[in-house]
Write a protein that binds this ligand. Structure first.
Ligand SMILES: Cc1ncc(COP(=O)(O)O)c(C=O)c1O
Length: 473
């Protein structure tokens, strides 16, 4: 046993294996980015793939072979023909930072368990506070948009009620208002908080999939008549399905008039804060009581890390009041550096080092270059679609998300056709696109995440779709 432990921790072994893995990953990058690797995804049904891997452990393969198989059978985000879900195509430097973080494994719950990562987290928070224009904002990083939404809404509840919910439990029937296009994590958070389905008031959207702000007043009144206390309104910046930005200025005005919490879900669309060309889409962000931005979507970081920013610094400390004498001495003190006081996590990944590593290596200009390019490309793609009579755009893109469908004349069931196109394209694996339902209809959905996707790839995608459709009976 002792020998095995020595072997497993052997620095020389790590050096050798590490060099080999970096070589393999660099080859993966080269092949994927150049499109030399033909398949973006080598699609297998889950049970078939499990069958392939379930006895893998019994094979006598080297770690090198294991990593080779892993790479080849994983979805290849770095291939320019990857245009699917909104997961970042991570910058290589973030992989290096992740590796350092994994080995150092500074737990982050409290300052002394992750000193550098803790102060860099504070740096990142002030950096975003400055970008948004509220230099007194405060917050933290947490593990993903879903958790970030839950934490922000818990803070909203604590801030909006006279009753200390943390101490006394929930007495009133509470509700939040949310765009019907909101990500399902908002609904999930509300239900975790005990609001139930009645407590999630869905605000309808217009033909551009924007929240209909003229519906806010009547919906709010109806909720009051139903005995609900509305505590918060969640806006999209931007929405998941269509990438639509809500009218934040109007929403903030409404929240002020009703004295309710304004939460902005900028998990995907928050990156435009870096783009002089597109940052107007977030006009009003500075009014939000809380904002979340995923660093693992439009900011090129690996999963997961999400920024949660509160306009009022105190709000970021009110959510939990946890007695953990072995971690901190005074539960009343803010202690910005003991992050577990404010996050749901205790042990936490060293998320800050991955984002910081990007800025340290390339400066913040890289975010503008990336976001502006991807948003421009989506607009070009929309034009290509509009030029083709057999295709239909769901709505003009506001971000890098484009929804469209193949809609030739004389097809009885466009939903069935587009569903089958998407399934076949997944099986082919030459492109990775997804689908979504809009007003009950199936649309193909592309999120232009890859910084090397060009117009030529998009033209070929439309050709491929036409070809697939031609083969469908
Ligand atoms: C707008 C929006 N909010 C929240 C989330 C959830 O984020 P995460 O996947 O990091 O939990 C997503 C994910 O796609 C999203 O698009």
């Amino acid at each position: 046993m002792d020998n095995l432990l020595h072997k497993a921790y052997d620095p020389d072994q790590f050096r050798k294996e590490g060099h080999k893995l970096v070589e393999q990953l660099a080859n993966y990058l080269e092949n994927a980015m150049s499109g030399k690797t033909e398949k973006v995804i080598d699609w297998k049904e889950p049970d078939d793939l499990y069958e392939k891997w379930k006895d893998y452990i019994d094979k006598d393969v080297s770690s090198q072979q294991f990593f080779k198989d892993l790479i080849e059978q994983s979805i290849q985000l770095h291939n320019p023909r990857y245009m699917g879900h909104q997961v970042a195509v991570p910058l290589p430097v973030t992989a290096l930072a992740s590796m350092a973080g994994s080995l150092l494994n500074n737990g982050m719950a409290i300052y002394e368990m992750g000193p550098v990562a803790s102060v860099l987290e504070k740096w990142i928070i002030s950096h975003f506070a400055g970008l948004i224009g509220n230099k007194d904002s405060d917050g933290y990083l947490t593990s993903g948009g879903t958790l970030a939404t839950l934490t922000a809404l818990l803070s909203a509840r604590q801030a909006m009620l006279k009753n200390d919910v943390w101490e006394n439990g929930q007495e009133e029937k509470l509700a939040i208002m949310v765009s019907e296009q909101a990500h399902y994590s908002v609904d999930k958070a509300a239900r975790i908080m005990g609001l139930g389905s009645q407590g999630v008031i869905k605000v309808p959207v217009d033909e551009e999939f924007k929240m209909q702000t003229d519906q806010l007043e009547p919906l709010f009144k109806r909720a009051e008549n139903d005995g609900l206390k509305v505590i918060a309104l969640v806006a999209n910046g931007c929405s998941t399905s269509t990438g639509t930005y809500d009218d934040l200025a109007a929403i903030s005005k409404f929240c002020d008039s009703k004295n309710i919490w304004f939460h902005l879900d900028a998990a995907h669309g928050g990156g435009v804060i870096y783009s002089p060309k597109y940052k107007h889409l977030l006009n009003g962000i500075e009014k939000a009581d809380s904002v979340i931005i995923d660093l693992h979507k439009m900011l090129m970081g690996p999963a997961l890390s999400t920024l949660v920013l509160f306009k009022n610094s105190d709000d970021s400390y009110k959510t939990f009041s946890q007695k953990a004498q072995y971690l901190w001495e005074n539960e009343q003190d803010k202690e910005w550096y003991n992050y577990a006081k404010r996050t749901l996590e205790c042990t936490k990944l060293m998320m800050s080092i991955r984002f910081y590593a990007i800025i340290q290596a390339y400066g913040i200009e890289i975010f503008n270059e990336y976001v502006t390019r991807q948003y421009d490309l989506a607009r070009e793609f929309a034009k290509l679609i509009q030029m083709k009579s057999d295709f239909e755009l769901a709505t003009e893109p506001m971000s890098n998300i484009v929804c469209f469908r193949y809609a030739p004349q004389n097809v009885a069931d466009l939903n069935e056709l587009n569903g089958r196109i998407r399934k076949k394209s997944l099986e082919n694996g030459d492109y990775y696109i997804v689908q979504t339902a809009l007003n009950g209809d199936i649309y193909l959905r592309v999120t232009l995440m890859n910084p090397f996707t060009e117009t030529t790839h998009l033209k070929s995608l439309l050709e491929e779709i036409t070809k697939i459709a031609g083969k469908i009976e």
